[in-house]
Write a protein that binds this ligand. Sequence first.
Ligand SMILES: [Zn+2]
Ligand SMILES: [Zn+2]
Length: 323
Amino acid sequence: MRALVFTAPGTVELLDVPEPEPARGEVLVEVRAAGICGSELHGARRPGFRQPPLIMGHEFAGTGAGGEAVVVNPILSCGRCPECGRGLRHVCRERQIIGVHRAGGFAERVAVPASALRPLPSGLPWEAAALIEPAANAVHAWNQAGAALGGGGALDANRAGGTRVAVLGCGAIGLLCAATALSGGAGRVEVTDLSPARLAAAQRLGADAAGPDLSGEYDVVIDAVGSAATRAASVAHQRPGGVAVWLGLAEEEAGFDASALVRGEKRVLGSFAYRDEEFAHATALIGDWDLDWAESYPLAAAAEVFTGLMNGGLYPVKALLRP
Ligand SMILES: [Zn+2]
Ligand SMILES: [Zn+2]
C-alpha cells in the first residue's frame, strides 16, 4: 500500500510499504481522511518523540473491518497508573499516540487497537470527521477554562453568556477553540492573527476579528500559538482573577509578567489533548461548524503538501489527506 513516510529529519516520502498486519485486539482501518497537524511539521523538522522511519497521522477517520464509519481516538494509555486511575488517561505517564509512537493515518490502511475506534454520526463528511481530534483539544481547553472560573467542567450556559473570550492565533486549533467557545455560550469571542484570510475564517465561525493584537481585558484568553509573545499577552490581557489556557507549543519560552500574575491573581493553565467524553463532545459538535478553511488533497500529493507546509511554500489553514 502507499503511505507518507517520515524518512529523515526534514524529509517525508510517498512510498510503497508492506500492508499493516493487525495484532491481537487490533483492527484494520481503511483511511478516508487524515489531517496534517502543526506538531507534525515541527516534529519532522526536529525529531523528538517522532523518530524516522514513521508513518505519522493522529487525526484520522475511515472505515472499520465491517465497513462502518469510525474515527480514531489516537491516545493509548496504560490503564494502571495513578493518572489513568483518576480518569486522566490523556496525561498517562506511559501514554502512546497513534501516528507518533506507532504507525498512523497517513496511509491507505492502518492497524489500530479496536479500543481506539469511536463511531461517527451518520452522514458526517470525512473532512469533518478528520477534524474531530483537533476539535477535542479545543473542547478540553474550554473545559479547563470553565473549571478554573468555577464551573464543574464546561462553563454553564448562563454564566458563559457574559464571558469575554479571546483566542490568540487562528490556525486550525485557534479556529476550533473560537467555535467551541461560541457553541459553549460565550457572549463574545475575539480572535487575533497576522493573516486576514484566517481572521475571515474566524468571522465565518461567528468570532470577532481583533486584528494582529488584543486590546482590553478578557475573562478567558486561549493561547493557540504558544510563543513567548502570545504567552505574555495571555497574562497581560487577562482580567484580574481570569484565566489563560495554553495549548500552543510554538516555543519553549514563557515571557510573561510574573508580578502581574501574582498581584492580579491571574491564572495560567496548560491544556493537552482531551478526555474520552470531550472527544465524544467534539464528535457531536463538529458538524455544526463552517469548516471551509480545511483543504483536501489526494494521498498522491502528500509529500508535496507536507513539505510545502513544513517549509512555508503552501498556506492552507488545515490540509487533509484523502487516501
Ligand atoms: Zn494534532
Ligand atoms: Zn496510565
